[in-house]
Ligand binder design. Sequence first.
Ligand SMILES: Nc1nc2c(ncn2[C@@H]2O[C@H](COP(=O)(O)OP(=O)(O)OP(=O)(O)O)[C@@H](O)[C@H]2O)c(=O)[nH]1
Ligand SMILES: [Mg+2]
Length: 693
Amino acid sequence: MANYKTQQIRNIVLVGHGSSGKTTLTEAMLFDTGVLNRRGRVEDGTTVADWDEEAIRRGISVSSAVAPCEWQGHKVNLLDTPGFIDFVGEIKSAVTVADAALVLVDAVSGVEVGTELGWGCLDERNLPRAILINKMDRENARFQAVLQGVRDTFGGTIVAAQLPIGEGADFRGVADLISMQAYTGEAGTAGEIPVEMADAVSEARLQLVEAAAEGDDELIMKYLDGEELTPDEINRGLRTGIVKGNIIPVFCASAANNIGVRTLLGALVAFMPSPADVHDFTARRPDDEEVLLAADGAGPLAVLVFKTVADPYVGKISYYRVVSGVFHGDTRVYSLPSGSEERVSQIFMPRGKEQVQVAELVAGDIGGVAKLSNTGTADTLCDKANPLVLPRPVYPEPLFSVAINPKTKADSAKMGPTLTKVVEEDPTLRWRFEPGTNETILSGMGEVHIDLAVRRMESKFGVGLLTAIPKVPYRESITRSAADYYRHKKQTGGAGQFGEVHMEIKPLERGGGFEFDTSRVFGGAISNSFFPSIEKGIKSVLDTGPIAGYPVVDVRCEVYDGKMHPVDSKDIAFQIAGREVFKKTFLAASPVLLEPIMDVRITVPEEYLGDIMGDLNTRRGRVQGMEQGKGKGIITAQAPLAEMQRYSIDLRSMTQGRGIYTMTVSRYEPVPSHIAEQVIAQARRDRTEAEEE
Ligand SMILES: Nc1nc2c(ncn2[C@@H]2O[C@H](COP(=O)(O)OP(=O)(O)OP(=O)(O)O)[C@@H](O)[C@H]2O)c(=O)[nH]1
Ligand SMILES: [Mg+2]
């Protein structure tokens, strides 16, 4: 591949609902530009972008893929993304390094959940974009209806730049409204627009020209004076409007039949911004000073890692965009925020799983490098003399969690390090140990996302894992004060033990944790030296509370009196007395079980609002607000985690996949008593079982 200047690069992210044809389009473009001499098929697992073994097995993209190609003297970096909602993290990462987007919409189904999801990610970065109505060859393909649908959903100046020639089985090419030429067949052979399309074409062209004129002061004057704009002027006006995000042009194609694809490539090159046109990144220096970085080879080096893939054989591969400066292979760079020096080996252009080695990459280009040791996704590589940190993309919080357990002893040892590796790959995946339930929890965006992570750990790293619904991390606390004493006395056998502790236990505000106080002890009733023993005794039971074995929170223990024995009082005696007086007073202080309450925000098409609210009721949910508009409803509610563990699965099935939600822990609240009884009984059964084993 030739060396391209920043101005000749186009970084285009493909987004759209699952199965809208992004991967198939990528394949067609690679074929048309001569990278491939044969088009692979998603169904056969032979495409460049869906090379991952899980993508092949499932027949859908599960991660983003970079696919560079050359067209008309330009380098087009295609960023294919998954449409399935669980992989939104992959979309976010790819959107971060793109300068423009192509949104694929199915010519039969029109706008779908995934279209809106992708569109939302583009809005977050204000990316310029075009729309492709794909699958024009399908029976019942309907360009105009789908065009109207996108306009209704997204608003703004959405204008057709082409009209399809034929629909369904008859689809054979596109009528270009700028050049007023027809381009038909796989080769995109230029010719006359069929006469029967004349009316439709002139009407659509009028809208396009008007939009183009509005983008440029000089053109609008000319247009309003009634003068014809030349094709060059229309091009100029359109490009300005598109780059600013004011105009969204609409194209049509059949990716599977490779019709309209060459014309589309030409349009992407002509109308979409180069890295130099848009996209200033605001970086920060370690002292927090902001620096605006343009895609300029003469600028300071700033490289943003947007994706990391852990491979058991090759090691780690990092994918990045050179935001500013020129990135050379075989150098040393500085990595932030870790603050470590990295040895950069050979750098390359990724093309699916293939690596095309290059000596350097200019500002705006996208590349890969293997074996960075201290650099993860969203980190910045720069010059040590000129440290810069690029902004990190904001990833959504995980929604779905499972408890994981190693299948065998051997798996057990490898589990932790492997989890750390896969989590490093994917910012929407997290793992932690939950001390309240003694479980290792893996969290992600949905069932499929988690399933994929678990399978990868098995196939790539040989770690077998079993998954289960996590236990709810309940907590224990009290609702009023209580005071009592405990005397520990053991005087049989050898040395005796004696300790007596009087203590009052008091509830603290939520989040108050644990407080221990001995200031009320008067006149040396207990020697100061035993205070730590008492505290230690109490702390020994805080992790496994007296009612059901869950961690104790928000209590204050005030020791106010006690007794000692001149010989038998010792550390262990006061530990035991402290522990026992704690249990006694805790149980007397109207103890309660607390459960996590979640803040939930659910977005669904209006027609599902009633069902969703009804369902929330059955989950002990409290609806707090509802907004409606544009055919959608947003419900804000609070509900206990215990009822929401499978919500990502249930919401999808209730809404045919059209509902989305976010969920975060709000606070802990007492469990209603009839439910608490069941939880406590279950906890006791579990404990007896564990003891019997
Ligand atoms: N008839 C028809 N089928 C198409 C066209 N483009 C893609 N397909 C088929 O639609 C299915 C999905 O295509 P993909 O390219 O995997 O779609 P995608 O957008 O990458 O899907 P995800 O990766 O799951 O988001 C495959 O069976 C393709 O063969 C098209 O233009 N016409
Ligand atoms: Mg795909």
